[in-house]
Design a protein around this ligand. Structure first.
Ligand code: FAD
Length: 306
C-alpha cells in the first residue's frame, strides 16, 4: 500500500497534508511539508519511523522552527512535530527533566520560580529543549551543554536510549545529534539552588539587553557562527552589509548577524542575501563565514534526516 495511505492509520491525529511551514518557523518562510505529523505517543512515533524506513521516505524533526530556513518548495516526506508527545517536565531540588518539545523559555521561568539557578542565560533564546540540545544553544558566555546530565533519544529503528553528557560531544553550537540520525525525546539538566530574587533580576537584565540589540521583525536568530577572530555581526557591519536587502529579506539594521523578513521574503531572497554577505566578508577579511541556521528542504539544503 502507498505510504501516504498508511500514515493516516498510524496516527490517531490526522497529519496535515501540504502544510505551509511558513506557519511553523520564526522567519515565517517555507513551502509545504508533504505531511506534518503530530505523534501522540512513542508507538505512533515508532510507527512513523518504520513507515519512513520501509518506503524510503524522508523524515525530519521540527522543534519550534526558530533556527530554520525552509526552502520555498518545502519538504517532501514526513515532518514530525513532537509537541504532543514530549510536552511535560518535572523539577527537583537539583535539576529538571523535560520533554524535547518544552520551550526553553518556559523551563527558564519555571526554574526561576523554584529558585533554581543555571538557566538564566537562556532567557530569551526561543525554541524547544530538543532544538536547544541539538544546536547546543547558548548566550552570554554559557550554553545548554554545561547543564546537561543526560538525554533520552530514539533512533531510526525505534530504539530508546538514555545517553550521558560525555557521549554527546558538545562544542560551540554543536552536538553529536547533528552528525547522527537521532531524535531527542527528553533532557535532564543539573541546576543548583539559588536566590529567587537574584535569579529573577538576572533574567530581567538579560531580557532587557536582548530587546535592545535584537530586531523585532521575524528572523531565525544568528545566521552565521561567530568565527574565532570576531563576532560575525561585527564583520558584517564593518563591510557595510547592514541594511542590505534582497526582496523583502534584509540584513537587520539592529544586528548584522540577523536577517529579517520584512513581510513577503522568500527563502530564495534569504539565500541570495546570505551568499552576498558571505562574499563581502570573504573579500574584505578572507574569512569564510559558516552558517549557524539550518537550511532545509527541496533545492534548499543539506539537512534532511534519512
Ligand atoms: C530572535 C532569535 C534569537 C535567537 N537567539 C539565540 C541565542 O541567543 N543563542 C542560540 O544558541 N540560538 C539562538 N537562536 C536560535 C534558536 O532559537 C536556537 O537554535 C533553538 O535552540 C532552536 O530550537 P527550535 O526548537 O526552534 O529548533 P528548530 O529550529 O525547529 O530546529 C533546529 C534543528 O534542531 C533539530 N531538532 C529540533 N528538535 C529536535 C529533536 N527533538 N530531536 C532531534 N533534532 C531536533 C531540527 O531537526 C533542526 O535541525 C535565536 C533565534 C531567534 C529567532
Amino acid at each position: 500500500m502507498d505510504w501516504k495511505k498508511k500514515i493516516g492509520r498510524i496516527l490517531s491525529k490526522p497529519p496535515l497534508a501540504e502544510e505551509p511551514l511558513s506557519g511553523h518557523t520564526s522567519l515565517r518562510i517555507g513551502g509545504p511539508a508533504e505531511f506534518l505529523a503530530f505523534p501522540q505517543n512513542i508507538a505512533e512515533l515508532q510507527g512513523l519511523l518504520k513507515l519512513a524506513d520501509q518506503h524510503s521516505v524522508p523524515l525530519f524533526i521540527i522543534g519550534q522552527g526558530t533556527n530554520l530556513l525552509v526552502s520555498d518548495r518545502g519538504l517532501r516526506g514526513i515532518v514530525v512535530n513532537l509537541g504532543e508527545l514530549c510536552p511535560t517536565f518535572e523539577f527537583w531540588d537539583s535539576g529538571l527533566k523535560a520533554g524535547a518539545a518544552v520551550s526553553l523559555y518556559r523551563l527558564c521561568q519555571e526554574a526561576a520560580h523554584r529558585g533554581l539557578e543555571g538557566l538564566e542565560f537562556a532567557a530569551g533564546i526561543p525554541g524547544s529543549l530538543g532544538g536547544a540540545l541539538y544546536m547546543n544553544a547558548g548566550a552570554y558566555g554559557s550554553a545548554i551543554n554545561e547543564l546537561v546530565r543526560e538525554v533520552t533519544t530514539i533512533d531510526l529503528q525505534g530504539r530508546c536510549r538514555v545517553r550521558p553528557r560525555e557521549e554527546l560531544n558538545f562544542a560551540y553550537r554543536w552536538s553529536t545529534f547533528q552528525a547522527e540520525e537521532t531524535i531527542i525525546l527528553a533532557g535532564t539538566l543539573n541546576l543548583v539552588p539559588g536566590n529567587k530574587n537574584t535569579i529573577g533580576k538576572k533574567i530581567k537584565e538579560i531580557q532587557r539587553d536582548r530587546r535592545s540589540k535584537h530586531p523585532f521583525l521575524p528572523s531565525a536568530g544568528s545566521v552565521f557562527r561567530n568565527p574565532p577572530a570576531k563576532p560575525a555581526g561585527q564583520l558584517i557591519e564593518q563591510v557595510g552589509a547592514k541594511g542590505m536587502t534582497v526582496g523583502d529579506a534584509q540584513v537587520s539594521l539592529e544586528h548584522g548577524n540577523f536577517i529579517v523578513n520584512r513581510g513577503k521574503a522568500t527563502a530564495a531572497d534569504v539565500l541570495t542575501l546570505i551568499a552576498a554577505v558571505k562574499q563581502k566578508v570573504k573579500d574584505a577579511f578572507g574569512i569564510d563565514l559558516v552558517l549557524e541556521i539550518k537550511i532545509i528542504g527541496e533545492n534548499g539544503g543539506e539537512q534532511r534526516r534519512r
